[in-house]
Design a protein around this ligand. Sequence first.
Ligand SMILES: *Cc1c(COP(=O)(O)O)cnc(C)c1O
Length: 522
Amino acid sequence: MLNRQGRPSSAGEAGTTAHPTFTGNKALAQVEPLLFEIGRYDTTGVDLDEPEDFKPRLGGLGRKEPIGLPGLSEPETMRHYVRLSQQNYGIDTGLFPLGSCTMKHNARLNERMARLAGFSDVHPLQPVSTVQGALELMNELGRYLITLTNMTAVALSPKAGAHGELCGMMAIKAAIEAKGEDATRNVVLVPDSAHGTNPATAALIGFKVKPVPARDDGWVHVEDVKERLGPDVAAIMLTNPNTCGLFEPQVAEIAKAIHDAGAYFYCDGANFNAIVGKAKPGDLGVDAMHINLHKTFSTPHGGGGPGSGPVVLSARLAPFAPVPFVRAGQDGFELVEQESDAAEKPFGRMTAFHGQMGMYVRALSYMLSHGSDGMKQASEDAVLNANYIRAGLADLMSLPFGNKPCMHEVLFDDAWLKDTGVTTLDVAKAMIDEGYHPMTMYFPLVVHGAMLIEPTESESKASLDLFIAMLRDLAMAAKNGDKERFIGAPYHAPRRRLDETRAARNPVLKWTPPAPVAEAAE
Ligand SMILES: *Cc1c(COP(=O)(O)O)cnc(C)c1O
């Protein structure tokens, strides 16, 4: 069967379920071809006069063929982009249960602030006297981050969590070098439950990674850390709350053991949103921690915007903080750009300029509009919501570490699917049919068939109730042998199951015009 675009419908396409449609559309859900497939070279939404005869001045390098950009009329352009925007599921569409990667509610107020011309139109090479307000905002954001974490210094410039990890670990490396221990201290301890970026970061800057197991209770135990400590250990990279959604109860003892061994404590702070206003990493003995502004302080990410991963540093590491940084000077705020201009010993720089200004504005707007009590409340609500989901599903789905309170995310494994013939992936696909973005799947790796669910703090009880009821319905269907509902899912999505492995291994990044249908048939 050929669909509207003259392409044969295949398993990956719409229209192959019980009642295929001629157009490929489903009810009011519109499939949308690429701009290159629908555009015409002779069409444009604007009226342009034919240019008068002119003599090109490109010395024979002028274009000889049409540029080949497709054109559409204005209403066609409008439809194209509106349809594409409607194919995006985000926190503004419905509950977004991805764990380990909070999609916070991003208040519209933050967007308004980020779009103020004095923030959005500044250029990084402008004279500092003309961007005093922007520098003051950066300084203020840094002060908030230092206060919330009880640390000594902050490096604002890293552009994502993983980039922040690199920054923190480079500060640790610089501190070790300053002590003349770089020849011997080359091992970084990383728990099995860590995000993949942790071992990758350590390895990237030349450390050897030594794993620390997570025990059956989902925690890292201080004895397991002590067993691996020695004069060769540079640091531990520990996530707290960890990726199993649990607060590490022995974190202070682990920090002490690490320091006693002359090593540093890097904390992966991606889950800081569970403890903002409740616990301060500086009080727990942390030496360096990145904060994903795009997870903890509401700034959108995941197709919605760039990241920002400031790193807070303890007094031991503060001297090594990279340039550039903002400093209050005699005549207002200054940007310290050169390592030689800093009083201390910066290890270098992480970015060409000063980081993600728009994210700074959104994060500070979130902080100021919430206040310290509001930020604490947001953490409490995030934790409450995750526990509400845990309690609502614990009798049907399995909790690998027992039915004990979790932090801002709740981790299920696939033991409850045993003998049903349904897998974690199938459940995720069936959730799409129900109009929900799937939860995080198969991460963390320490539990089998992981399903990591994190509701945002902003979900209402009614929305959580519906989500729980939906998952209960799916769980009952799986247990009652309704395999059909899962293995072919999603049935209602414009795209069905895609070959994700092939897409990752063999990415097709360039559009090439299809061969004319008549030729293709030969
Ligand atoms: C998201 C995340 C990271 C990486 O942060 P990015 O901003 O995606 O680079 C690291 N660790 C954990 C636990 C995370 O959830």
